[in-house]
Design a binder for this molecule. Sequence first.
Ligand code: FMN
Length: 147
Amino acid sequence: MEECRLIYKSLSVDEIPSNEDLKSLTETSAERNKNLGISGLLILSGNQFLQVLEGPVGAVNELFIKISKDPRHHKIELINYEYITQRHFEEWNMRLVDLWDLEGKTRTFLSRKYPVKDQVIQIHHQLHVVYSLLLDAKLFCINKPWE
Ligand SMILES: Cc1cc2nc3c(=O)[nH]c(=O)nc-3n(C[C@H](O)[C@H](O)[C@H](O)COP(=O)(O)O)c2cc1C
């Protein structure tokens, strides 16, 4: 079955999405993604979302159509779409990484590496910067398998 990787960014309509909303979004998405054979990561930085989805082409495409109509976010920008033979984010069906919640040392590391505005790490539009941030986030998650 042909697989793809899709990366997009968007802005939450709520300036600061509530922990409850995020928890329910993560839990339902993880369940649905699992059934669809989709894996990925969702980064939140301030009100900015960055999501990578990997899985069967048809399932990812249909999911992205749904996600792009979701009223909880707007200004959705597709950053990359490619056919893949290997997944890079297969560890989780859906894992949320809220950059604001990371420990001080980790936030300082990221703040030196990525653009920051009003203390919030900015989601870049350039693919190599976005990849780097996604891979950093993945490493933080792998190093904290208990969370
Ligand atoms: C930032 C963001 C990321 C989302 N990611 C997923 C996801 O990975 N999987 C998923 O099933 N739904 C995700 N959703 C929710 C979908 O937009 C949609 O609500 C869900 O698929 C249910 O759609 P349905 O009720 O039409 O079946 C996300 C929503 C937002 C705002």
